[in-house]
Design a binder for this molecule. Structure first.
Ligand SMILES: [Mn+2]
Length: 417
């Protein structure tokens, strides 16, 4: 039996909703993420793990600032010191949009850190652990240039390129599988969107539209465990073999408010793999929503609602709907006072006027909109773009990957004309 610690989607350096910790001078969110990561490494060393598999997305982008690189390196260095073999897989956030290879993780190969493998291409690695050898096939985040040439994709729609990419992947993966040693336990480590997964925030975080991989392609009997990365919600996609997303180790945004965060402890054994999900004490996010438009005492009701929520040390957003004439009853400083126990908070008032559509309160830097809503708001202010509004929104949906494949393919053609 080989003990594997499988974690993924660290996103170290996601600083939104943080504040400066006066004791250290650091952003509190960098400290949160580093803390969660350190708990994973603590477990790997204490248990100890025979192997650590990281499923990709180390940082929000491929060029993390030195301070963030250092925080990551300080934790993973502990694994090198403890002589625990480690595979660092390259996710979409670790890649430059141009060129090959994981820019932010390639340094670990350049430095030849003992026992560290950087998975930036499809390959099989036979790794010697304290409990025997194990084979790990790595599949980093695939872009079209990883498997296809420009000639092959010329003139094809996005949907057709996706289909071709999967056909190629089937062949390449088959080649890896055929050269496996059937006597050794085998793990597939892949950063990808699997078609049966439930998605969350990562859809909005992804820099470009990726390709969805059919579960059947990776749920192969040759694998004793399939370790995935990319989707931030922990989920098990298949029992035989076990196909698992551990999810992210900290909540990256409000989209992950209700998700439990953690990592997987896996006992890999030929045809008898077991795994446990190990929760991490990630920072809580809380959304408080209240409609005050029918309230006789808006201020009192608002304060009462806040009181009913456990907000201490949480990242809070308070949304309330209110009519203009009720605003006289609201005293901002009392709301701030009530929210003070939160780690950080933002207040999002929405004016509702039954007689005429009231103007929406000005956007504040603290207010985070998803890209499509932001575009809609912007277009509402641009009388001159009114005639193009539908087309612009459709094009944006296309870019965000929100359209069904047929529509997307059609639009892709129109856009490239
Ligand atoms: Mn990802």
């Amino acid at each position: 039996m080989i003990n594997v610690l499988h974690l993924s989607d660290i996103h170290l350096g996601s600083l939104a909703h943080g504040k400066i910790n006066p004791a250290t001078g650091l952003n509190s969110r960098l400290e949160d993420f580093t803390h969660s990561l350190s708990l994973c490494i603590d477990r790997a060393i204490a248990a100890p793990a025979d192997l650590v598999l990281f499923g990709g997305d180390a940082f929000p982008d491929a060029v993390p600032p030195p301070l963030v690189q250092q925080a990551f390196a300080q934790q993973f260095r502990r694994l090198a010191d403890a002589r625990i073999p480690t595979v660092l897989l390259v996710g979409n956030h670790d890649q430059h949009s141009q060129g090959l290879g994981g820019a932010s993780l390639a340094i670990y190969r350049s430095l030849a850190v003992p026992g560290f493998i950087v998975g930036d291409h499809i390959a099989t690695h036979t790794i010697a652990t304290n409990n025997g050898k194990i084979q790990v096939i790595t599949i980093p985040w695939l872009t079209r240039s990883a498997l296809l040439t420009r000639q092959e994709t010329q003139g094809l729609s996005l949907g057709e390129v996706g289909k071709l990419l999967i056909e190629k992947l089937v062949i390449v993966l088959e080649a890896e599988i055929r050269q496996l040693d059937p006597d050794l336990p085998t793990v597939l480590l892949a950063h990808m969107m699997v078609d049966t997964a439930t998605y969350g925030a990562e859809r909005f975080l992804a820099a470009g539209k990726g390709f969805t991989i059919p579960l059947a392609l990776i749920a192969r009997s040759e694998f004793d465990y399939v370790a995935l990365g990319h989707v931030h919600r922990h989920q098990v996609l298949c029992q035989q073999p076990l196909v698992v997303y551990p999810g992210s180790i900290e909540r990256v945004d409000f989209g992950e408010e209700d998700e439990q965060k953690g990592y997987c402890w896996v006992e890999v054994e030929k045809n008898a793999t077991k795994f446990t999900f190990c929760p991490l004490p990630a920072r809580q996010f809380r959304t408080i929503t209240i409609d005050l438009t029918n309230s006789e005492h808006p201020q009192a009701d608002l304060l009462k609602t806040i009181e009913e929520h456990p907000i201490t040390d949480s990242i809070v957003r308070l949304r309330y709907q209110i009519k203009p004439h009720q605003l006289l009853d609201i005293e901002d400083h009392l709301i701030h006072q009530a929210l003070a126990p939160a780690h950080t908070y933002k207040i999002i008032p929405e004016l509702v006027d039954s007689r005429s559509r009231a103007r929406i309160p000005d956007l504040t830097p603290e207010e985070v909109l998803d890209p499509l809503s932001a575009l809609k708001r912007y277009l509402a202010t641009r009388e001159d773009l009114r005639s193009m509004e539908t087309d612009l929104l459709k094009a944006a949906q296309h870019l965000l990957g929100d359209l069904p494949p047929e529509d997307s393919a059609q639009l892709s053609l129109e856009l490239h004309k």
